[in-house]
Design a protein around this ligand. Sequence first.
Ligand SMILES: [Zn+2]
Length: 112
Amino acid sequence: MRKDLDLKDLEQRLKKRRERLAKARRPIDPVVLDQSRIGRLTRMDAMQQQAMSSAAARLAQMEESRINTALQRMADGDYGYCVQCEEEIAQKRLEADPSALTCIRCARSLEQ
Ligand SMILES: [Zn+2]
């Protein structure tokens, strides 16, 4: 258990963020393929928009599951330790993103 972290505050921020993500979650509109109503360009726009919003939805989903993991780790007393190397995650990093599950070094090596 990390004594240097304000766990109550971080927990509240995680829960608020999760609420906001849940509210933003909306079913994705199907692409309308009615040729008589919309032209080719508009249809491509619609498909591009759908691709973008499903990418955004996937990102939101990933963030939600990270938040759930972070909250679970808080309950287990494992919060604030990197899931990769088990080192402490910098306090500043957790304050910037309470859902961070890895230390900055592991995050960087995962990105490569
Ligand atoms: Zn690490």
